[in-house]
Write a protein that binds this ligand. Sequence first.
Ligand code: NAP
Length: 295
Amino acid sequence: MLTRPSESRPLGKSGISVSPLAWGMWRFKGDDVLAARALVESALDSGITLFDTADIYGADGAGFGTAEALLGRVLADAPELRARMVLATKGGIVPGVPYDSSPSYLESALDASLRRLGVDQVDLWQIHRPDLLAHPQETARTLERMVQSGKVRAIGVSNFTASQVSALVAFLSVPLASIQPEFSALRTAPLWDGVVDQAMAHDLAVLAWSPLGGGRLGAADGPVGGLLAAQGRKFGVSSSAAAYSWLMEHPATVIPIVGSQTPARIREACDAFKVEWTRAEWYAVLEASIGERLP
Ligand code: NAP
């Protein structure tokens, strides 16, 4: 059997400890604060401490900032929840632009996030997508100022290539804590493009977005879904739990961001800890995903 993930893990070199699973708020919406609070509590009560949102969440419907604002309303209703979570958000996507990592924009985006969330500080602030028109040296100074201001405890990036991470890290005087690639048994690019190797080499936490491929791995469809469902059955858990555990088995101690907005499914995510993999089983899922036998 491969190594089991530990109970909690460091968020890179940030000094912050987080749960092996995170909960994400891309799909967090609505006007019902009690229902929203129930989702937050089901994640916390399942042992999930890392909460991932972004300023843009909601922009595809309810409006830019609405997911953060909803969490802000939950925290206003139940302020004691804030201390139980490691709160992560992101900025840098601007609808219609589409990316802006200029110092003035990022600083204003952070301030707007803090206002919507109703907090003085977030634990992790991430650049959501790379701005190709921003020099990494200038971006590094902006991120350092965010940490120095006390508004941010740790910094991360999302959707950066390995070389974009290297360019940024070359100018940073504070540790980059995390990266956030799309990563699932259906989207294995980070295994091949240097992203997870770099994370291990530099001790960056890997937060995997859309760990069920946006929900497709919640069902037993297709060759990958079939293998995950079979693995889940062996341990008495769902295919989605097997899908999270497949990611968590990677030595980069990948943290899947659970995207479900259903309390029972959020709780069920922790069944991932029950699943074990042999090398052969793990590689069979990878081969099914890429559609070929490895040599
Ligand atoms: P996902 O886990 O791949 O998909 C979640 C979706 O699958 C939900 O709509 C959920 O529906 C559905 N689903 C169907 N069957 C399920 C099952 N058995 N168990 C659980 N869910 C099932 O994750 P995601 O929502 O696409 O992304 C997760 C998080 O990643 C986001 O919240 C966000 O924090 C982050 N993210 C980051 C980026 C980025 O660019 N950095 C982009 C996208 C997402 P129900 O709600 O009905 O359960």
